[in-house]
Design a protein around this ligand. Structure first.
Ligand code: NAD
Length: 492
């Protein structure tokens, strides 16, 4: 069994506690590696290393162009080590190997994109009303960043946070989920090979309530970039407020996939499937509510069931597997619990609804692709995030009702709209209260396009140029060129 160490100040180091956590392969159901159980001492060590890197290390003296070059080398090395990183992550969280191959084509692009952006972060000279003042803005790194990430795509989250943070000139301490830390720990070493100075990117592991909380409370951390549940996010936000730390939050969702009678129904059915059964529904963007026009509801539901019958559950390493296991034992229990809740609330289970068993599934925590109908939007199954392969179907008569249903949740991450009527599509993009609206597509994503949530789905944006400003402070400079002193009693 492999035993990992924290990555602090450019080296692997043992946890101060001298203890490790087992990390479980969710397909085989056995422990395959150990990751350090970090504590407040480890958090402090990593924050100190990051602070030194930012304040006095080589990173602090580099030009933005030099920083960008190192970041692009990190992109190159991610390409070189892609296969190994993909294997580790699949082993750790059960994400399909096929999906990891795709993610590892995109992850290097973050490093290239933000590496390229590093020396294009420009201030502005303002034509202020005073003639004898030169007024301009600069952007400075916000400080040490704590990046806390969820278990469903740790390497991607690391890139989403660290690439813009490093472009901004920050140093980062990453704390991946205790359920899937190995890929982040392996990735860390390649940043050194790329020439990243020691202490700029640290990875520490352990429980959220221990080392995670210690990072959030550490006075040396200026910014918290969090991806996880809204419950944890709220707690972190409250703690961060006490010391006015900056936060960005990528939280959960209860996203609607809205299908109108005039849609290309075959494309819509595929989109709905990918939105809820892709990654076994363990996606913040899961389209867990299907809002479908009543005129086509019965036929469309039949079509979904037909397609769902063809889904292959199995070994995530196998190229023909469509749906892998649920990544963690608590998540497995949570999904099954919500299935019970839905049944008790009166929703009708028309597909699945129980753990999947059979050849090739032993040892794994599999849930059958599950569909509920007769769901009303006020049921818990329509309001609360399940984070599993469970779809709730709700009918609507007209566009107005569809929008009302779509927006009637505390979340606002993404929405899908399926219609051939482009005027309606444009209207919907304006009225849906979500950070992303997909029209006639679902799960489309780009490192160039801002991503983030409205309402309880979070705050701030990742991806695109916007993300770099999450890691910058704007400074205003007034430089007097006046020849005579100013009147001290009158504001200029
Ligand atoms: P989680 O909130 O349990 O944990 C997220 C991270 O926070 C982990 O690293 C965990 O160790 C840490 N943590 C937990 N308690 C903490 C505390 N008190 N202080 C500091 N850190 C703490 O979430 P999860 O179960 O790992 O992930 C699933 C959730 O993530 C879902 O709600 C999902 O929607 C959300 N998510 C959101 C996005 C997005 O981009 N919006 C993407 C993926 C996942």
């Amino acid at each position: 069994m492999q035993t990992y160490q924290h990555w602090i100040n450019g080296a692997y180091v043992e946890p101060a506690s001298g203890t490790w956590l087992d990390t479980i392969d969710p397909y085989r159901g056995d422990a395959w590696a150990k990751v350090p159980r970090g504590n407040a001492q480890d958090a402090a060590r990593a924050v100190d290393a990051a602070t030194r890197a930012m304040e006095s290390g080589p990173w602090s003296k580099m030009t933005a162009t030099e920083r960008g070059k190192i970041m692009r080398r990190i992109g190159d090395l991610t390409v070189q080590y892609a296969e190994r990183l993909a294997q580790v992550e699949t082993r750790d969280n059960g994400k399909l190997s096929a999906e990891m191959q795709g993610q590892l084509k995109t992850i290097p692009e973050y490093w290239y994109y933000y590496g390229g952006l590093a020396d294009k972060i420009e201030g502005a000279v303002m034509p202020v009303e005073e003639h004898d003042v030169l007024a301009y803005t600069t952007h400075e790194p916000v400080g040490v960043v704590a990046a806390l990430t969820a278990w469903n795509s740790p390497l991607q989250f690391l890139a989403l946070k660290c690439a813009p943070a490093l472009a901004a000139g920050c140093a980062v301490v990453v704390k991946p989920s205790e359920f899937a830390s190995a890929s982040s720990l392996e990735f860390a070493a390649l940043t050194k090979e790329a020439g990243l100075p020691d202490g700029v990117l640290n990875v520490v592991t352990g429980l959220g309530a221990e080392i995670g909380a210690a990072l959030v409370e550490h006075p040396g951390v200026a910014k918290i970039s969090f991806t996880g549940s809204d419950v944890t996010g709220t707690r972190i936000y409250e703690t961060a407020a006490r010391s006015m730390k900056r936060v960005s939050m990528e939280l959960g969702g209860k996203s609607p996939n809205i299908v109108f009678e005039d849609a290309d129904l075959e494309a819509a059915a595929i989109g709905v499937m990918s939105g809820i059964f892709g990654a076994a529904g363990q996606m913040c963007i899961a389209g867990s509510r299907l809002l479908v026009q009543n005129s086509i509801k019965a036929a469309f539901t039949e079509r979904l069931i037909d397609i769902a019958h063809g889904i292959k559950l199995g070994d995530p390493m196998h190229p023909e597997t469509n749906v892998g296991p649920i990544a963690t034992p608590p998540q497995f229990q949570k999904v099954l619990h919500y299935i019970d809740v839905a049944k008790a609330e009166g929703a009708r289970c028309i597909l699945g609804g129980k753990p999947a068993v059979g050849t090739g599934l032993t040892g794994g925590q599999f849930v059958e692709p599950t569909i509920f109908t007769d769901v009303t939007n006020n049921m818990r199954i329509a309001q609360e995030e399940v984070f599993g392969p469970v779809l709730s179907i709700i009918g609507f008569d007209d566009e107005q009702k569809a929008v009302a249903l779509a927006n009637d949740v505390v979340y606002g991450l993404v929405a899908g709209v399926w219609t051939e009527d482009m005027a309606r599509a444009v209207r919907m993009t304006k009225t849906l209260k979500t950070g992303t609206v997909w029209v006639n597509t679902y799960r489309t994503y780009s490192f160039m396009m801002p991503f983030g949530g409205m309402k309880k789905s979070g705050m701030g944006r990742e991806n695109g140029i916007e993300a770099v400003y999450e890691y910058l402070e704007t400074k205003s400079v007034f430089l007097s060129v006046a020849s005579a002193p100013a009147n001290p009693f009158v504001q200029r």
